[in-house]
Design a binder for this molecule. Structure first.
Ligand SMILES: [Zn+2]
Length: 54
């Protein structure tokens, strides 16, 4: 189990969200800026990209 900190830029409002990977995978989690669900396809791609570059 790894829970590294990653920074993901919201694809909708553009704010940077820094949190552990587990927070981004939490069911029902959403962007603190615009409430976009992290489970949306665009967000999932941004999270994956951040994970790979972390
Ligand atoms: Zn947002």
């Amino acid at each position: 189990m790894q829970d590294k900190m990653i920074t993901v830029t919201c694809p909708k409002c553009g704010i940077k969200i820094t949190n552990p990977v587990s927070w981004f995978k939490k069911p029902g989690a959403c962007c603190p800026g615009c409430q976009l669900r992290l489970s949306t396809e665009r967000f999932k791609r941004a999270i994956e990209a951040a994970e790979q570059s972390a």
